[in-house]
Design a protein around this ligand. Structure first.
Ligand code: RIB
Ligand code: CA
Length: 302
């Protein structure tokens, strides 16, 4: 099964994505963190908490604390600590090496390609592509949750959160000579998670943690006027892991993806270009099969 690195800004949906990947047959060789839903320090602490919750020894490495250039903007849907209402203590500590050093060393020493699941601002990955071009050949694919196509943004009315928080980085990743798969927010919105889903997690401790993690986030979606009325929450990042586990759950097209860098009201907006060269872009998803795969994986019945 694929060897992967998860680059993340936990984040409620990031936490679910990490739990999903760690419960699956994927070989998660490490987690790198980035600013985004919270500071990179909190992202790192939250990643350590989730790895500990899953009782894994996956190493966690801290990455970029700010975008390559431009501004960053926090979301309010992840609660004050970034993990909703989940308050867990952990004695786990981050690795001394930084995220870039970890990822570059893993890629350089790899005998087979490594996939990267990028579910926060793409800063770490873009800096590696820019500063260490020799490792490009060792990347299997980068599956990126970012952007929104022909639909409203979620951090501004035009831009999706990860794209907005480092559009230059996203542009560098999506235009790099590697296989990139973009899972945009409009597709993620087709998969709405209600508490009923988390109530079906068999392990009592995990079920309790996932319910605590997601309760306030789901309420935010149900109450927030900026989104269509959802009966649950959109767990964006989890779809990037679902793609790696089973790409057939998604309908994709080949397309160039343009990222607006102009600093105006369209800053961070993502649109499909004219060329078919660029990325695989998800345009549809089998929502019930994604939810079924998530539950089967967490329940160990996959
Ligand atoms: O727009 C959704 C993305 O922004 C997800 O990665 C979520 O965790 C937030 O970071
Ligand atoms: Ca995220």
């Amino acid at each position: 099964m694929n060897r992967i690195i998860i680059d993340t800004d936990p984040g409620v949906d990031d936490a679910l994505a990490i739990a999903f990947a760690l419960s699956s047959p994927l070989d998660v060789i490490g987690v790198s963190t980035v600013f985004g839903n919270s500071s990179v320090a909190d992202s790192t602490q939250n990643a350590l908490t989730i790895v500990d919750l899953l009782e894994k020894n996956t190493p966690v490495y801290a990455g970029a604390r700010r975008p390559m250039n431009g501004k960053s903007k926090r979301a309010s849907s992840h609660g004050k600590n970034g993990l909703g209402g989940l308050e867990l203590k952990t004695n786990r500590t981050q690795q001394q090496a930084g995220a870039q050093k970890f990822i570059v060393e893993q890629l350089r020493s790899a005998n087979e390609p490594i996939d990267i699941v990028a579910i926060g601002p793409a800063t770490n990955i873009a800096l590696i592509l820019k500063n260490y071009p020799d490792v490009v050949a060792k990347i299997g694919q980068v599956v990126v949750m970012a952007g929104v196509i022909d639909a409203a943004g979620n951090i501004t009315d035009k831009a999706e959160f990860n794209a907005y928080n480092d559009p230059l980085a996203l542009q560098i990743v999506l235009s790099a000579p590697i296989r990139t798969v973009l899972i945009p927010a409009d597709v993620c919105r087709k998969v709405v998670f209600t508490t009923d889903v988390f109530n079906r997690i068999r392990n009592e401790g995990m079920r309790d943690a996932m319910l605590k993690l997601t309760a306030a986030y789901i309420t935010y979606y149900q109450q927030n006027d900026d989104f269509e009325t959802f009966e649950g929450g959109v767990m964006y990042d989890l779809l990037a892991v679902a793609y790696i586990l089973n790409p057939t759950l998604f309908t994709t097209i080949n397309s160039e993806v343009r990222v607006n860098l102009d600093g105006g009201p369209d800053y961070g907006m993502t649109t499909l270009g004219d060329s078919k060269a660029g990325s695989l872009v998800a345009r549809d998803v089998d929502a019930s099969r994604v939810k079924g795969l998530f539950l089967a994986t967490l329940n160990g019945t996959i």
